[in-house]
Design a binder for this molecule. Structure first.
Ligand code: FES
Length: 107
């Protein structure tokens, strides 16, 4: 089991999630926002996130795989799930994940 410091809830394995068509591995047992922080620790820590459902800066649109409905949620509230496919990210999230060089959603 890894705790990766106090930042993440303890996890035994990494989940595969898709962001803008690319696959990333993030720790299980964590909120999606915390999971995204795993991919860009410093930039997400510097983001303007309240982490408690107030600011709305962490909004994402996602589904759970082929044929599942598209949902909009707050990344600080929803858990990261295996196979999650994130289709849209808020501007703040996109900025904080800029090091991942995600595809431009406008293209
Ligand atoms: S981080 Fe503020 S609503 Fe999610």
């Amino acid at each position: 089991m890894s705790s990766a410091g106090a930042l993440y809830r303890p996890f035994d394995r990494l989940l595969k999630i898709e962001i803008a068509g690319r696959i990333f591995e993030v720790p299980e047992n964590n909120s999606l926002l915390r999971a995204l922080q795993y991919l860009a620790p410093e930039d997400v820590a510097m983001g303007r996130f309240c982490w408690n459902e107030d600011c709305q800066y962490c909004r994402v649109t996602y589904d759970l795989g082929e044929g599942t409905p598209s949902r909009t949620a707050l990344a600080c509230k929803v858990g990261a799930h295996e196979g999650m496919r994130i289709r849209e990210l808020s501007l703040e999230l996109r900025y904080c994940l800029r090091s991942l060089q995600l595809a431009d959603p406008a293209k």
